[in-house]
Design a protein around this ligand. Sequence first.
Ligand SMILES: [Zn+2]
Length: 149
Amino acid sequence: MDRVPLTRAVAEVPWSVNAPERACTRRLGTGYVHHVHELSVCQAIIDTVDQHAAGRRLRRVSLRIGYLRQVVPDSLMFSWEVLTEGTDLEGCELAVEHVPAVVVCSACHAKTTLEWPVLACERCASADVELLSGEEFLIDSMDVVEEVP
Ligand SMILES: [Zn+2]
């Protein structure tokens, strides 16, 4: 298997009336509205990997998503299945590495992991913190299926 490093930021695409929405309405009725954020994220991922796959079949797409992005894992997986169904990406695994939000505090110098998506020190509650991680939103790599000639 051939792993292609990508490290591309996922730009969220604006939600519009397009093919994914029709596909989801068909599958889910009006329930799809609950997954709009993750659907739009997935569509952006699909657009990016399609471009880089250039016709090759993919086995796995690896993502790195920071806690502050507030992506719901189940919803992301669900959206991925809905949007890839019947496409070249059907059956391709979406591997997600969730990155915790870590801050370092200027007041007490503690390095803490955020329990809530609020930028404040978990020890002394000071808002004077520097974010070390947690804002990532990257397509890390994709695994290409080697075709036997
Ligand atoms: Zn502190």
